[in-house]
Write a protein that binds this ligand. Structure first.
Ligand code: SAH
Length: 247
């Protein structure tokens, strides 16, 4: 691989959910810059690369995005093979798009390698099919958290009728509940909340829209977690799927 920056998805956590291409890039990297949602267990593929944590959690102050950009640029200009490793998929709420554009504007080749995004993995881990013939004709991935605090049009999402997969929603459960109800979603719409999807400490809390915040509180739901809101999230759906599959 030539000197350039690979924006690599590390998947949701389970190292077996890495792609072969991600493993190859890590293996050939000189420098690996990782986020904190990346499971350290995947780093065994990094060979002799220098691994630098540029995460934003763990009680540390955020590493400014600008600093991350400059670090990637510096190493790439030194002719190093740089891997920017991100949790899930780099381009699903992972700033992969903006990092790639920033690098390309400066003449650096940037290539994205997909990872399995936590929203898809979380649902699968709980036997939730995000689309299901006759039940859900689509799926919408949304983040409840925006940098500029702009509001998402939850009403339109409620009316759209697709399965909703919500990232960064743990602190916004009340707002989500209220707005989806106002948008006309039924109060007993099934909800699954999946914490640490695909990791050994994964936990799952099933609820329905009107009491999802109370249930999450009783469960002590913590970030990182994914919310799946839609008929497919009903626990009994698994049995339904089994019936359809055997028909
Ligand atoms: N690029 C990542 C998402 C980054 S945004 C991806 O594609 O998965 C961070 C949010 O992702 C968290 O707040 C949480 O909602 C979700 N998330 C990431 N990893 C997770 C995991 N293992 N289990 C549940 N949610 C996760």
């Amino acid at each position: 691989m030539s000197a350039k920056v690979w924006l690599v998805g590390a998947g949701p956590g389970d190292p077996e959910l890495l792609t072969l291409k991600a493993v190859r890039a890590m293996n050939e990297a000189d420098v690996v810059l990782i986020d904190d949602l990346v499971n350290p267990a995947v780093l065994e593929h990094c060979g002799n690369a220098r691994v630098i944590t540029v995460g934003k959690r763990g009680g540390c102050r955020s590493t400014p995005q600008d600093f991350i950009h400059r670090l990637m640029l510096r190493y790439a200009r030194q002719g190093k093979c740089v891997v920017r490793l991100k949790g899930g998929d780099p381009c699903i709420f992972g700033r992969g798009g903006e990092e790639a554009m920033w690098l390309r504007e400066r003449g650096i080749e940037a290539q994205v390698i997909n990872g399995i995004t936590s929203g898809l993995a979380g649902a699968t881990q709980c036997d939730i099919p995000l689309t299901l013939r006759g039940v859900s004709r689509g799926v919408t991935l949304v983040t409840a958290h925006t940098q500029d605090d702009s509001r998402l049009n939850w009403r339109a999402l409620a009316e759209g009728g697709t399965t909703l997969v919500v990232y960064m929603g743990v602190a916004k459960l009340e707002e989500i509940r209220q707005q989806l109800l106002e948008g006309g979603m039924t109060a007993d719409m099934p909800v699954a909340m999946i914490e640490n999807a695909s990791l050994p400490q994964q936990r799952e809390c099933r609820s329905v829209l009107w009491r999802m915040q109370d249930d999450a509180q009783a469960f002590a739901l913590k970030s990182p977690a994914i919310l799946v809101i839609g008929k497919v999230a009903a626990a009994e759906q698994a049995a339904y799927v089994a019936v359809v599959a055997s028909a």
